[in-house]
Write a protein that binds this ligand. Structure first.
Ligand code: GLA
Length: 730
């Protein structure tokens, strides 16, 4: 059993292979959090201490007992109105504008299997996942007539616990939900660091580690998307925690819209970590009978450092979030037209492009932006989802047939959530774009955002996109979204509900799309990695990681991304030099090494390659295909960090440890290369007792030797040189 309830102690224990999560209902009916961390015997209720805390208020039910205050007790779902003045998870406003509630325990149910969240992405269980159970704890708010159900999913073999919550209005006057966090972890003692993944367009998911001091640290997004700026994945770690040792806890939002993650050290040096919907702009009115579902948060704990924590997330994302036929299948090596042509192409050019790519061994040609309406630059035609047959010199069906004849697969780019003012769609339906009456809307890339909270908008774009897809053989779709949402006003819903309802509209579209085209591979994208989250991965098993294709910048971007997301999700391509985004020149081989830590493909015009480069591409593709399953399904180990080390290295071990692919990129050396100090590399995580042949070094070393002692790397011959070692167990 992974979930147990002790009626005597009124306690719940959720257990995974290595972790235990504990809570209890106290005699006043409040749900207290006790422990999340390594598996322990017994209940840790002895940690609760009671004393008269100055200036901390007491609930009425405590009578004259001043030692009982929720301001100091660890809570499972803190709410505003309880006397806990730390940041709450739940705030609800009544019809008079008064905020304040009192949530008491009302009961529980335990079920076999993993709960689902209708309309929202969520972790699901596989047949092979053993002893998966779900717990629902109900809390009731009498005055307002609310029922709050806290949901817990336990995946014991994966060391994963999921959380969600549903507030249901069973009363009779409207209320509005002003804050609704999904998951909270209260730590009664300890000194922690918060790890967040910040960035910007073209430089996403940069790791920042800071001490949690006596302040409230908050990261999140109010952009309507999870955003380039902060990823909805955070880690709280003890200060000594490193890649391979120490305690750390993670929260990962299975949601693609605005979010908030907070870490707070309180007056008694207790720490609270929480994640959920952003409170800014949220004011979700609930009429009697209505309900609101808090999107899911995936929790994990590792007592042995960040590497293990990341691998827990990699597995759950790969196996229990991603769906569809492409989940486990090796993905096609693709070539994308964007960096090759931008908008400047016609049918002949595309066909030549595909032919050249086919000759190099590439599996699929993706036609990026510019194939529809009058879209010859990025100022117009979004929303006009009909093929520009004049530009293509024929129908899309003809083009896709010609490409399939080569033979190659065919992919297409779309940006369905947007509209250009200069478009037929906007002319016909100006009110479909989000804007505030009487205020000119903000533009982003000269485009506006469609109101996806409106069903007729979603339905109409869905029909238009399906018409295009039905007219040709489309094996792959790149789903882009190239601006943040502003001008929060809709004809169909209240401003405080709009961003959430928008996401429901988007997910509804994506769900219908995946059902109608079950064999089509969909790659997510939002100006690169602006919506790189577990919510999108439920519909699109891979996401374009960044518009920045420079191999060196990608080392940092992919390093940060690897903390929460598997290589199977990371869209990565080889592009030309000087790099189009930052002008950097890196070795061709290094660009391939870095792109092989992802789905692998090309973003260049093969007709401009030298014969030598063409030969290199052929060899790279053959090599990638040899390792594709290992890369996609293996266990990822960060061996060093681009932020602190002279070489950036990572390894992907087969699950059974029979083989591994180790990749290394050298950073520039100062001075004379020949006189440089030797660098050494340790490769942890292999079978300690097995022997491995280490690439073509001539070395055969045990897993323990590789992990504890390592081996010397050759002196690099040029800046940013890369190496790959294939390790095979003998
Ligand atoms: C975004 C994407 C790019 C490309 C362009 C097309 O920036 O991230 O890969 O598709 O849009 O306009």
């Amino acid at each position: 059993m992974s979930i147990t309830f002790d009626p005597k102690k009124q306690s719940f224990i959720l257990e995974t292979r290595e972790t235990s999560y504990q809570m209890m209902v106290d005699e006043k009916g409040y749900l207290l959090h006790l422990h999340y961390g390594a598996k322990v015997d017994g209940l840790s209720d002895h940690l609760l201490t009671f004393k008269d805390h100055g200036f901390s208020v007491n609930p009425y039910s405590a009578g004259e007992d001043r030692t009982y205050t929720l301001d100091a007790l660890p809570q499972e779902f803190p709410f505003q109105g309880s006397g806990d003045f730390r940041s709450p998870a739940f705030m609800v406003k009544d019809a008079t504008g008064t905020i304040g509630c009192d949530l008491h325990y009302a009961g529980y149910t335990i079920e076999t299997g993993k709960y689902a969240l209708p309309g929202l992405p969520a972790v699901y269980a596989l047949y092979s996942d053993e002893n998966v159970q779900s717990l629902t704890i109900e809390l009731k708010e009498e005055r307002l007539g609310l029922s709050v159900k806290l949901l817990y999913g336990v995946l014991p073999e994966k060391d994963i616990i999921t959380r969600s919550a549903i507030v249901e209005h069973c009363g009779d006057a409207p209320v509005s939900v002003e804050k609704f966090q999904t998951a909270v972890l209260d730590f009664q003692y300890g000194t922690y660091d918060l790890l967040v993944f910040h960035g910007q367009h073209g430089y996403e998911r940069q790791l920042q580690r800071t001490k949690v001091g006596h302040t409230r640290q908050a990261v999140g997004s109010t952009r309507g998307y999870s955003s380039h700026q902060y990823n909805p994945f955070v880690i709280l770690a003890e200060q000594s925690t490193s890649e391979g040792a120490g305690r750390c806890w993670s929260m990962q939002f299975v949601y693609s819209g605005s979010f908030l993650a907070e870490a707070e050290k309180d007056q008694f040096s207790q720490t609270r970590l929480q994640m959920g919907l952003t409170e800014e702009g949220l004011s979700y009115e609930l009429l009697p009978g209505e309900r609101l579902v808090a999107p899911e948060v995936i929790l994990s704990f590792s007592g042995s450092g960040f590497g293990k924590l990341s691998r827990n997330h990699h597995r759950v994302i790969r196996e229990n979030v991603c769906r569809g036929v492409w989940k486990d299948r090796p993905r096609p090596v693709l070539i994308n037209s964007w960096e090759a042509f931008l908008f400047d192409f016609d049918g002949d050019r595309l066909l030549n492009f595909a032919e050249e790519a086919r000759d190099l061994g590439i599996d699929m040609m993706v036609l990026d932006d510019g194939w529809f309406g009058s879209r010859d630059d990025d100022n117009q035609a979004l929303g006009d989802w009909f093929v520009n047959e004049e530009k293509l010199g024929g129908t899309l069906g003809e083009l896709s047939a010609a490409i399939h004849n080569l033979p190659m697969k065919f992919g297409l780019w779309v940006e369905p959530e947007m509209v250009s003012e200069n478009s037929r769609l906007y002319e016909a339906h100006p009110d479909w774009a989000l804007s505030i009456p009487g205020k000119k809307p903000t533009r982003g890339r000269n485009q506006l955002v469609l109101d996806y909270s409106r069903k007729e908008v979603v339905d109409s774009i869905f029909d238009a996109i399906c018409k295009v897809l039905d007219s040709a053989e489309v094996d792959y779709l790149k789903w882009d979204a190239n601006r943040s949402i502003s001008d929060i006003h809709s004809e169909s819903t209240l401003p405080g509900k709009l961003l959430y309802d928008y996401m429901l509209g988007l997910y509804d579209f994506l769900e219908r799309l995946t059902q109608r085209y079950p064999n089509m591979l969909i790659e997510g994208c939002s100006g690169g990695g602006g919506r790189f989250d577990a919510g999108m991965l439920y519909y699109t098993p891979q996401i374009w990681c960044s518009d920045n294709t420079d191999a060196v910048d990608r080392l940092y971007i992919q390093y940060g991304t690897s903390f929460g997301y598997p290589t199977s999700a990371v869209g990565a391509h080889v592009s030309v030099c000087p790099n189009q985004q930052n002008g950097k020149i890196t070795p061709f081989e290094t660009r391939a090494t870095v792109a092989m830590a992802g789905t692998f493909g090309y973003e260049l015009d093969p007709s401009e390659l030298t014969e030598e480069e063409k030969a290199a591409v052929r060899e790279q593709i053959a090599r990638f295909k040899q390792y594709a399953t290992l890369i996609q399904q293996g266990d990822y180990y960060r061996l060093s960090s681009p932020f602190t080390d002279k070489v950036t290295a990572w390894a992907i071990h087969a699950r059974d440890r029979s083989e591994s692919l180790v990749s290394v990129v050298y950073f520039p050396i100062r001075g004379i290369a020949g006189n440089a100090p030797t660098r050494y590399l340790r490769v942890g995580g292999l079978d300690p007792d097995a022997l491995y042949v280490v690439g073509d070094t001539g070395l055969t070393l045990s897993g323990s030797m590789l992990g504890e002692v390592g081996f010397p790397l050759p002196v690099p011959q040029f800046d940013y040189q890369s190496l790959q070692y294939y390790l095979k167990r003998v």
